[in-house]
Design a protein around this ligand. Structure first.
Ligand code: C2E
Ligand code: MG
Ligand code: MG
Ligand code: MG
Length: 286
């Protein structure tokens, strides 16, 4: 009896596995279809300086509205795309779309790069081509990458980053503090910006320790002469603390949620973003 029970369990486990694999394969096929049939969208989230509230740019964030399953978050489909190699096509799509949409407005945009995209035979060449094709000015493009991009194949990645930077494109280190070799990464490459991960904003209002960590990172940024942007700012108290600590810039729901470019542009035009009183100062300086 025990034996059949185990056999049943294994059989059940197999079925669950099968279903997961099938599910993933199906979703991957849907994602390929979505790229080719314009079911993906790019949303933009504002980034601004803290001391004088100037909008410095927007981060491009992919959105997938699946026709049957509804909105699927990037945390689900980006890893899937990375497993399948679809990320090369997807990364190229989002870079081209962001440049195409932002170039005519003359606004600065930051696009996320997956570590896998550094396996592209000629990533700097691709970036150069897309700039030329869309009329995007190199200095208005920033590329964001996490430390994991540099861990994979350090030498090769650094050579590519140098080549991209030579074009005039800036490079930001994303999700700083969540990796395991943060300090070494900072030594290896002269980043233009450090994006402090939003996990550090948790408990910032109540915990002295949280505040000490932020202070340490800001001090590190100052000595390396790299400006720091704080991610995930959700409250005015968090923003006030970062201002006190001398953080250069911020991004987060408090400043604005990611939204389609059409909404951002019309919001700028009518000077009426989702939080007018907070952003009025920024808009005045546009
Ligand atoms: P990320 O690059 O660190 O992007 C910031 C994420 O934090 C976004 O999540 C954004 O919506 C979210 N966020 C912004 N402000 C706040 C806040 O105040 N509170 C909270 N709780 N969250 C906030 P999203 O759009 O779900 O993207 C998640 C991650 O997926 C991104 O993290 C990035 O790693 C990846 N991703 C998104 N779009 C792309 C893309 O086009 N290419 C690649 N390779 N990765 C992407
Ligand atoms: Mg990012
Ligand atoms: Mg981030
Ligand atoms: Mg992230």
């Amino acid at each position: 009896r025990a034996k059949t029970e185990i056999a049943d369990k294994i059989c059940f486990f197999d079925n669950v596995m099968d279903e997961n694999v099938r599910n993933k394969r199906e979703l991957a096929a849907d994602l390929r279809y979505a790229i080719e049939h314009n079911q993906l969208e790019v949303h933009y989230q504002v980034q601004a300086t803290i001391s004088d509230s100037v909008i410095t740019g927007y981060e491009a964030l992919l959105r997938w509205n699946h026709p049957l399953r509804g909105a699927i978050p990037p945390s689900e489909f980006i890893p899937l795309a990375e497993e399948n190699g679809i990320i090369l096509q997807l990364g190229e799509w989002v870079l081209r779309m962001a440049c195409k949409q932002c170039a005519p407005l003359g606004i600065k945009v930051a696009v996320n790069l997956s570590p896998i995209q550094f396996l592209h035979p000629n990533l700097p060449g691709l970036v150069e081509d897309i700039l030329a094709e869309t009329g995007m000015r190199a200095e208005n493009l920033e590329l964001e990458l996490t430390e994991s991009a540099i861990i994979h194949d350090k030498e090769r990645t650094l050579v590519q980053l140098q080549a991209i930077r030579k074009l005039g494109v800036t490079i930001a280190l994303d999700d700083f503090g969540t990796g395991y070799s943060s300090l070494d990464t900072l030594r290896a490459f002269p980043f233009d910006k450090i994006k402090l991960d939003r996990t550090f904003m948790n408990e910032l209002e109540t915990s002295d320790q949280a505040r000490s960590i932020i202070r340490a990172v800001l001090s590190l940024g100052r000595s390396l002469e790299i400006p720091v942007l704080a991610e995930g700012i959700e409250t005015s108290d968090q923003l006030a603390i970062l201002a006190e600590e001398g953080c250069q810039s911020a991004q987060g729901y408090f400043l604005g949620r990611p939204a389609p470019l059409s909404m951002i542009v019309s919001a700028i035009e009518v000077e009426n973003l989702e939080a007018p009183e907070k952003l009025a100062g920024m808009l005045n300086k546009l």
